[in-house]
Design a protein around this ligand. Sequence first.
Ligand code: PLP
Length: 281
Amino acid sequence: MIVYWNGQFIPKEQVRVSPDDRGFLFGDGVYEVVRIYNGRFFEMEAHEQRLIESANAIGLALPGFKGMGAFAQELLGHQTLPDGNGVLYYQISRGAAPRKHFFPDPPIQASHYAYIQALPLPDLATRPGAAVHTGPDRRWANCHIKSIALLGSVLAAQEAKDKGGHEAILHRDERVTEGSHTNVFAVMNGSLLTHPANQWVLNGINRRVVIELAKEAGIPCSEKAFTLSELKQASEVFLTGTTVEIWPVVSIDGMQVGDGQTGPVARQLQSLFDRGKDRLA
Ligand code: PLP
């Protein structure tokens, strides 16, 4: 597999990450995951913008960085994707320097790493609905930054898996925030709700696409938080994310959601979900 490493396209085995890399030592870095449909990048501009915002938010200067698009296309040329469907992973860490909490001064070269791998389109007819388990949101207070320091999310995802589920839904006190690697939407009294885009959630690209599609379709939609008990009463719940697109939730903590099937709002949004040319680069 050919990967991108600090300006070079090389076999993955040849990447040499320094043990001093701050990504390795501190989880000091940011990342993006971009979906590729039919050989083209989905919402690349939005991902690029979010990557730059994440880097700015952690004081990571990227002199000379021309965005992901510049090399992602070349990386794609090194990969054979069935039907052209896959994902790009792109990570920037603050680089390698002897271990000290303070940023290296003067700043050093950041470490850039990227790879592309195949990911087929979800088969909506056969994909099982998501079984989720709720748990306390023990992550930090800057969840809008797409940081590579993901231990809180990793532990939450594993806890949900250990209970036999597919994903965790997190809550701070009673307020539902998001999944370990997805955003959460719920339908209550005919309205679609999702947590506002603030420091407690990642402003997911698919979250934004779904809100836009709902507005276009005239589905009432508000960026408004809801409680755990409201979530459990919702007529529909679904998750959004780059890899899962729109994934209906069929059970929460072992209790069925609605009639345990994909609900009408999720179904409508799935059919409207737009992998079309305006979103592809
Ligand atoms: N929330 C969290 C915590 C995530 O890690 C992710 C994606 O990895 C999402 C939401 C979904 O974001 P996106 O739609 O941009 O993939």
